[in-house]
Design a protein around this ligand. Sequence first.
Ligand code: ADP
Length: 397
Amino acid sequence: MEAVVSLNSGSSSIKFALFTLGPDGPQHAAVGKLEGIGTAPHLVARDANEVILVDRGWDNGAALTHEALLHDLFAWAGDHLPDHDIVAAGHRVVHGGTEFFRPLCVDDALLAALDALCPLAPLHQPHNLAAIRAIRTLAPELPQVACFDTGFHHELPEVSTRFGLPRALHDKGIRRYGFHGLSYEYIARALREADPVLASGRVIAAHLGNGASLCAMRDGLSMDTAMGFTALDGLLMGTRCGTIDPGAVLHLQTQEGMTAPAVEALLYKQSGLLGVSGISSDMRALHMSDDPHAAEAIELFAWRAAREASALILSLGGIDGIVFTAGIGENDSVIRSAICERLAWLGIAIDAQANTRNAPVISMADSEIIVRVIPTDEERMIAIHTLAALVPAGDAS
Ligand code: ADP
């Protein structure tokens, strides 16, 4: 049975999913995560019925690289899913710059061009590309497809792509791109199936995970988004600061004597929920804490999300619905209701019971805005794109 593997490779984890190719599109065969890379690697994978297929660690695993662990993952798939013939690997690649937006088969020239974009996504892009290189070594003949997180925002209206910087810098690529595109593209498709009328209207999708952003969609297309040039922009996140006065960044360097790498570490890894609470980047841990700083971080998260949403509503000229997704968006009824309370001026009325159940629709029947929860599936979107990219031009019919 032919199968496609989707990979989302980060600094210390690799999320993956194996899909078989059925007449109704890709079907989950296994989904899992390799965590703790560099410290204590751990692999868990489940089948489509949530049955655990593998749950293992490695003795003295701290020295194992992404490549070594991917080797073990492929070996495990070969041993335990022998009737699955992997015909392609698809990858989430965070940044495609201005040049790359459609999913593309990877070759040497593309890899070199994507390497050049690493400074635009220093914490993500190198790891995305490392996984591609590792699989090239392990399985040189296996076709690989790069799927860009910026791609969904490729046709943003010109006004939402510009900073107030000199034109020459915009033309050099210092502009707003937007991220979480694979998630938003999946949400747009899923919403069209669940609620075609809302999908054709004005919707704010809220991807609230460790990384968090919003996307303003009209008729399923991105009109504006909370992240801009890098994945630092917009909402408060697990460890990232979100939008900050650029003057503060200059001040850190000129007055606090911080080097550029120290500022980078501060803004990407030590800020956000972690920095404000001083406790954790994990929303569940903050809910469990009775420290007032945890409550302050939660309040800031919700306020910033509602404030950004209000700005994006302007880009849509109004709003018909909100869709929550990702770890916090799908599971955290307290945060959803805190955000919606701040948007009550829109005529949102939340059904508290439906919200607590993480139901597909959490707004009251008479709410002026429909509020939905849709679990995202970036890996499925990668698999769909990977299959499409493998079809030679002209065979698409
Ligand atoms: P990533 O960006 O790493 O993919 P996720 O989408 O998994 O992140 O989101 C991680 C966040 O979601 C964490 O803050 C975590 O606390 C939160 N989260 C995950 N599951 C739940 C849950 N059941 N209830 C509340 N928060 C949750």
